[in-house]
Design a protein around this ligand. Structure first.
Ligand SMILES: CC(=O)N[C@H]1[C@@H](OP(=O)(O)OP(=O)(O)OC[C@H]2O[C@@H](n3ccc(=O)[nH]c3=O)[C@H](O)[C@@H]2O)O[C@H](CO)[C@@H](O)[C@@H]1O[C@H](C)C(=O)N[C@@H](C)C(=O)N[C@@H](CCC(=O)O)C(=O)O
Ligand SMILES: Nc1ncnc2c1ncn2[C@@H]1O[C@H](COP(=O)(O)OP(=O)(O)OP(=O)(O)O)[C@@H](O)[C@H]1O
Length: 453
């Protein structure tokens, strides 16, 4: 018999083979395969083992690992996007199948667009069980497991929860030193979840697998949910802002959202699925959902504690390859956007100190800033704010004596500002918290006032 080789267009079926957690070691194995190919094993390790769980808690943890298995499968499924999906372990009812279909289809929206694929209605999870029983409450404790990503957003949540007196542990997935450095800087309890993708994925990539963005926040959300249930915590807190719900408008295609799994639709769907199948008293939410990116930037400006540690530049988070020499590359959409969003709220010397340069005085970056403002281009496929936020931030800088002469601000004043409606240059409306969020009332009552200043 000839040895199985990955041939992208020959693959017929993606298989969810099995998954499990060992309570003695905290090791999690997520096993997948294409057709009769080798097992693809993703491994994670949850610290804190050996675990001693009640029977109900054990069941909830095992189900959460099952949900993680289904969500993390997107990394492998995308390599060939075969027509058939086969569930070989775990019970899946119609609700869960619909949820996964939504995550795969919307979460792979940018991937599909860039690869010229049409996945609408093509991804089918078939239930293997009647509607399953709802999960009981587990008497979880009023404690937060707060996701930390090394950027400004999660640090705003950390400081907001600290000011509100909420007991929290900071958790992250993966081995990024920058996240560890930020987490340690908080001086709060931390929890690092090690993660290793199945090594064959990189080999498949070399052999012509489809590649592109996956809904990584969905995977991190499921992973933190496992950790919260394993340690009896009620609140799984993410830091996804209101602006994350809006994608890039592509002529002829419509909206494509790079950060779909950071958006409100995903948050609601995941929170509902976790409550329904894992624990009735588990609360998954984003603390920053009511805020725009500009409002988050204003909150970040309150303290300089993390200036020498944080970065929003994605170059810091590659699995393979060397670590970048500088925390901010200075030439990617995220660097540009964070510089622009912070500029109205942070002193100029402080901001230039963080980045080591003044991005708004670099005329060669004009096209990059235009894309952020959705001027002659679409919003980049990155976690950046809405075009109107970038335009409002620029308009605010025009009014500032310390920024107005910098090359890109001066060019905005000459060329773009005259074409804008005056409402477009008013930042105050964008700074108001919105009412659409899933923050538990008990926490909202303690953070609402802070979010207004
Ligand atoms: C660090 C980064 O931005 N990576 C994106 C990049 O991948 P690249 O090949 O340059 O490097 P690696 O991240 O090392 O990935 C190697 C291969 O592994 C695949 N992969 C990685 C993680 C995973 O969970 N599943 C995977 O299948 C990856 O596809 C590579 O083949 O470009 C990729 C293609 O566009 C992106 O998929 C990589 O993004 C990572 C998954 C990632 O962690 N990115 C976050 C920094 C990120 O983008 N966060 C979002 C949050 C929004 C969301 O939830 O979608 C953001 O900041 O925009
Ligand atoms: N490796 C990770 N493990 C767990 N959660 C993560 C990880 N990376 C990012 N997150 C979380 O995912 C959400 C989105 O990430 P995002 O990169 O937008 O946030 P950030 O790093 O806090 O800020 P910034 O937008 O400035 O980069 C945040 O809640 C963040 O804490």
């Amino acid at each position: 018999m000839t040895e199985w080789q990955f041939e992208r267009d020959q693959v017929e079926c993606f298989r969810f083979v099995r998954s499990g957690i060992d309570p003695h070691s905290g090791e999690i194995a997520l096993v997948y395969a294409f057709d009769q190919g080798p097992e693809l094993v993703e491994r994670l390790r949850l610290p804190g083992a050996p675990f001693q769980w009640s029977e109900l808690q054990r069941l909830a943890v095992e189900r959460s690992v099952q949900l993680l298995h289904w969500l993390a499968g997107v990394s492998y499924y995308k390599a060939a996007v075969p027509k058939q999906i086969q569930i070989e372990s775990g019970e899946m009812d119609q609700h869960t199948a619909d949820f996964l279909q939504q995550v795969y289809e919307s979460g792979l929206g940018e991937f599909a667009y860039r690869n010229g694929l049409n996945l609408h209605g093509q991804i089918r999870f078939r239930p293997n069980a009647e509607v399953l029983a709802e999960a009981p409450a587990l008497q979880l404790q009023d404690k937060a497991l707060t996701a930390i990503g090394g950027g400004k957003d999660s640090l705003v949540s950390v400081e907001t929860l600290r000011a509100a007196g909420v007991e929290q542990t900071l958790a992250w997935v993966g081995q990024a030193p920058l996240i560890r450095s930020c987490a340690e800087r908080t001086e709060l309890p931390t929890l690092q979840i090690e993660r290793q993708l199945a090594p064959q994925l990189f080999e498949f990539n070399r052999r012509g697998a489809y590649n592109g963005h996956i809904p990584v926040t969905a995977i991190n959300s499921a992973m933190l949910t496992v950790a919260a249930l394993a340690s009896g915590k009620r609140w799984v807190v993410f830091s996804n802002e209101r602006s994350a719900s809006y994608g890039s408008l592509i002529a002829g295609t419509g909206e494509v959202n790079h950060q779909w799994s950071k958006g409100w639709s995903f948050e609601q769907a995941f929170a509902a699925e976790a409550r329904r199948r894992l624990a009735a008293d588990l609360e998954y939410f984003s603390l920053l959902r009511p805020l725009s990116e500009l409002a988050v930037a204003r909150q970040f400006a309150r303290t300089d504690r993390y200036d020498g540690h944080f970065s929003s530049c994605n170059r810091n988070f590659h699995i393979l390859g060397e670590r970048p020499a500088s925390r901010w590359c200075g030439v990617c959409p995220k660097c540009r956007f964070v510089f622009l969003a912070l500029a109205p709220f942070v002193s100029k010397p402080r901001l230039v100190g963080i980045f080591g340069r003044n991005l708004l005085d670099e005329p060669e970056q004009v096209a990059g800033f235009d894309a952020l403002m959705e001027y002659q281009d679409h919003k980049p496929f990155e976690c950046v704010g809405e075009g109107r936020e970038s335009r409002a931030a620029m308009a605010a800088l025009v009014e500032s004596a310390v920024w107005r002469e910098d090359a890109l601000v001066a060019r905005f004043r000459r060329e773009i500002l005259p074409k804008l409606d005056s409402a477009e240059s008013d930042m105050s409306a964008l700074l108001q918290p919105s009412t659409e969020h899933g923050i538990p009332a008990q926490i909202w009552s303690r953070v609402d006032a802070r979010f207004r200043t």
